[in-house]
Structure formats: structure tokens, C-alpha cells
Design a protein around this ligand. Structure first.
Ligand code: SF4
Length: 171
């Protein structure tokens, strides 16, 4: 008689790959995430520019991708007027992470159309195709259709990471 099959690292890797892709039908197509965005939750525009110049360093390609479509708002006050709850979420998360909440840059996409659709849909960058990425640092706009599923998927990914660490420590 054999016991239950031991979960394999490959099986977990395949599960994580699926969890990282949120179903596109969850999008409510409001276009708000294209009009008001942050990079990695809370970075400042100068930090993003520096990161974009760092060749093959982790995150550099993503920063270049981001700056190819997004431009910073001149002031945070104009963003607060449009999306006060989102700004609060970003600032709270920044503070919890030890950052300066008053130093966060907010961005708008150069290509979002007045009705919220993407003006370069066929050629949109990778970051837009994979957005939102389930991760602890992802800050969803209030009412975002991806929020519940994205958080649940990230919780499962964290469980998998812990299981893999326990398996590796037991070897
Ligand atoms: S390129 Fe398109 S999908 Fe990407 S942020 Fe701009 S409008 Fe949105």
C-alpha cells in the first residue's frame, strides 16, 4: 500500500505560474489603474529613473517598461482630488514598509483614452499585459475587480513558498 503522493517542487512551480495570471474577465475596465499608478507600490520618480539605467539589474527592465508609458503628475494634490482612498492606501503601505509617504510619485499613462480604453492595446508593454501582479506590494484601487482574487492568490503563493522552504530544510 502506498501513502498519499508527496507534493513535488515542479507541481508547486506549475501552480505558482497559474496563480500569477489573474483572469482578465475580473477587470471592470474603468481605466483608473492607467490614469493613476505607482511603481512597485511606492517608489519616487527619481528612484525609478535611476533603476531604469541599471542595465540587467533586477527591476531595471520593468522600470524602463513603466517609464515608456507613464509620466508623473506634477503634484500629489491633484491625485488626491481624483482618488483619495487610493492615495491613502499607497501612503499607508509606504509608511508600513518604512518609506516616506510624502515622497511617493503618482503617474498617468500617456496612452489612456478618455473612455478608459487603452490607445495602444496591441502594442502595450509587458507590464500592462501582466497587471496586476499578485504580490504583497501590489496596491489595488478601491473597487478593483482583481483585488480579492489577487490577494487570495498571493496568500496561496506564500503558503507554497513556506512549504518549499520546509521541504528543503527537511532534506
Ligand atoms: S499602455 Fe494601455 S494598458 Fe498600459 S497603462 Fe497605458 S492605457 Fe493602460
Amino acid at each position: 500500500m502506498t501513502g498519499p503522493e508527496k507534493p513535488s517542487p515542479l507541481g508547486f512551480a506549475q501552480e505558482v505560474e497559474k496563480l500569477m495570471k489573474l483572469p482578465q474577465h475580473l477587470c471592470k475596465q474603468r481605466g483608473i489603474c492607467c490614469r493613476i499608478a505607482t511603481f512597485k507600490g511606492s517608489l519616487n520618480v527619481d528612484d525609478i529613473r535611476k533603476l531604469s539605467l541599471m542595465g540587467d539589474e533586477p527591476g531595471a527592465e520593468m522600470a524602463r517598461d513603466f517609464l515608456s508609458v507613464f509620466e508623473p503628475y506634477a503634484t500629489t494634490e491633484e491625485v488626491v482630488e481624483m482618488a483619495p482612498e487610493f492615495v491613502d492606501r499607497v501612503k499607508q503601505t509606504t509608511q508600513l514598509g518604512g518609506g516616506n509617504p510624502d515622497n511617493v510619485s503618482f503617474f498617468k499613462c500617456r496612452f489612456v483614452l478618455a473612455d478608459g480604453r487603452c490607445g495602444v492595446h496591441e502594442d502595450r508593454p509587458v507590464g500592462c499585459r501582466t497587471y496586476p501582479f499578485p504580490h504583497k506590494d501590489t496596491i489595488y484601487h478601491p473597487g478593483c475587480g482583481f483585488e480579492q482574487q489577487g490577494k487570495a492568490n498571493w496568500q496561496r503563493i506564500e503558503e507554497i513558498i513556506q512549504t518549499l522552504e520546509a521541504m528543503s530544510n527537511a532534506d
